[in-house]
Design a binder for this molecule. Sequence first.
Ligand SMILES: [Zn+2]
Length: 482
Amino acid sequence: MKYEPVIGLEVHAQLLTASKIFCGCSTQFGREPNANTCPVCCGFPGVLPVLNKKVVEFAIKAGLATHCEITRSSILARKNYFYPDLPKGYQISQYELPVCSNGYVEFELNGQTKKVRLTRIHMEEDAGKNIHDAHGDSSLVDLNRAGVPLLEIVSEPDLRTTEEAGAYLRALRATLQYLGVCDGNMEEGSFRCDANVSVRPAGTDKLGTKIEIKNLNSFRAVERALEYEIHRQSETLEDGGTLVQETRLWDEHREETRSMRSKESAHDYRYFPDPDLLPLVIPDSWIDEIRARLPELPAARRQRFLSQYGLPAYDAELLTSRKDVADYFESALKVRSNAKALSNWIVGDLFRVLKERKLDDQLYIENWPIPARHLAELVQLIDQGKISGKIAKSVFEALLDGDKSPQQIVDEKGLQQVSDTGSIESAIDQVLAANPKQVEQFRSGNDKVFGFLVGQIMKATQGKANPQRVNEILRDKLNPAG
Ligand SMILES: [Zn+2]
């Protein structure tokens, strides 16, 4: 029997606010343990939380950009559970009334537009972090992350393949990055994903047993874990077994999921409205103001790349799927305005290198092996006829990891294209003299030999001859009559 996967994703996006959600502590990553703490985020008795207005603004931004309804009057709720990294014994979150609901995310995949519905977006605080293996015999708690604001973005189970899941996550991340509300860094945990996946016999409507997978720290992990789990569930059913609703952990090293606990239900958390916080009332005027200041989003930028730069849809999609890549492209364009040539270098050669070095999901463009202005200069050298396309490939390789500009590399290695007629002619004469048979073949009508002769001339000039000049002069020499 063939099984169809049904996938829904829950994303936790850490917001780029300067301070935490209910206190004034810094959200800065990587500081000394417990440096970013105060009585509020440490859960001391008698303290009161105060909602950070910026968090609400970011939530509204995310909601508007994903076509959600903004809830005019919502509440914050306590989600009760015990864990050492949760000092209050509850997490402040939202339950019945999330700040945003009923939105969708649209993305392109294999030439088709796919729409994934969003159930809800709600605000909540992050928990701290337990460090278990610090001394072997003790566990430590770092509360720097406790109270850092998060958006939980829950999709409907609209995804059917692991590829769609990856594309959805990239599209959602791009939207949050464009909005400037989340940096999307999966490695540092500021964009985290849990996946709900079930399988059902293809062609049926009833949903199968839902399994939640946690601990997905990269796009690769999401895709690999989903593949593993779809396979595991299908095999189990195929063999006549049954699945239990549970939470499983992805083990990155063993490349498998394993059971963590049976899935808890909402009532296990005893949600109730947090009596320390007032209901959150959002006036229309505030929403209008935020809507008016929304930045250009991926879909609009893609459209602009099509119309303003005349790029093909494929290029525009790839370049705008990440804000930093689109920025890289446009900053290179400021130096040199050959849009299509620049795009070719980015989506071709540069993406290949990023993939080889596993940098393709990394967000720090400053870690990229070539600065935008160097790529722009490379295109400029080709456009000005100073180097050939072939030489440019070797200059590109030399640019990787170096500080030198393309012009410096060309000068130092003597790669400048030879365009003067005299030197090209003498190279052609030598090649023609060395290949009389091919010359004869060409003159008796075999046009294909022309390419061979051009190749020999390029070889004789170490690829430096201007290919256009070579073509012109060679044709003249072979057809003296014109
Ligand atoms: Zn604090």
